[in-house]
Design a protein around this ligand. Sequence first.
Ligand code: IPM
Ligand code: MG
Length: 363
Amino acid sequence: MHADIVVLPGDGIGPEVAAAAITVLQAVAKHHGHTFTFAEHDIGGIAIDRHGVPLPEATTVACQNADAVLLGAVGGPKWSDPNAKVRPEQGLLAIRRALGLFANLRPVRPHNAALDASPIKPHLLTGVDIMVVRELTGGIYFGDKTRTAEAASDLCSYSVAEIERVMRSAFVLAKARRGKVTSVDKANVLETSRLWRDVATRIGREEFPEVELEHQLVDSMAMHLLAKPREYDVIVTENMFGDILTDEASMLAGSLGLLPSASLGQEGKVGIYEPIHGSAPDIAGKGIANPYATILSAAMLLRHSLGLEEEAQCIERAVSAALDARAFTADLAGPGKALSTQQATAAVLEQLDTHCFVAELRD
Ligand code: IPM
Ligand code: MG
């Protein structure tokens, strides 16, 4: 097949990890006889520098016309003045909103070879397989903000329709997995959470009676996620809780550098695929960033936007095999034993030859 992929490398380590994922996508395309084009556009700090805005119109239009979007990361100290009028992060939020990407899928599956890198005891981690569905275009991230010399406010609001659609995404995923949804809120304090809980209960009862639904308060969820992560299948939550819980969940996998994500809108609309980590300005430009989260995001791109399930699995198997072979970047390896971004990418490409070949034989 042919696919036009827009790449938004962004800032910090974004360009390095995006380049790694492109290499892997090109290799997969070659193996399976697809042609992918990659068109780069600016977002975030680099867009502020070049165009004066974090999301140029041309970037939005290119994304709207693409088959899928691969994104690196945005942000950095250069643009972090708290009083700055424009911030790189606004570009990311604006493109999520512009494309209507309300469901952010963040899978968490600790890999056996990386268990030692997690601060959690290994016996708690085996068999953990969680899909966090984070609502991405509502809540406190997008509510009105006010600021005076004496006070500031951020409005958190959700509509029934916004909750319904992300709930349905979570239930559909759970049906194809282990059949359990954990809906996370703060219904003992927040009105938006009480609405969230009501809608979750109704959608569960009326549309997905075969799926088990439990409710958790976000504070106790933060604890249970570390104490008994195996109990969770699909976790669905609002924008900011999902942001926080997924950084926490990344510690189950051993490194923030291992977690991919897919941001999806309505069926048939373009999706954005990005690592959940940020721009890591402290290691940017050094060639040592972990490329696996972005490579695994590319696998999600193949699966969700292009419908190439076999190809997606071949990337996932290759990353898994590279981890088995202890092809670790600095975040996972001890000092001295760490691979560069390029070496880790090469390790995946090498495994890809084996794993895509196997797939071809099976076809
Ligand atoms: C994420 C990031 C973003 C978010 C930032 C960079 C705006 O932390 O994707 O998790 O908060 O959504
Ligand atoms: Mg985050």
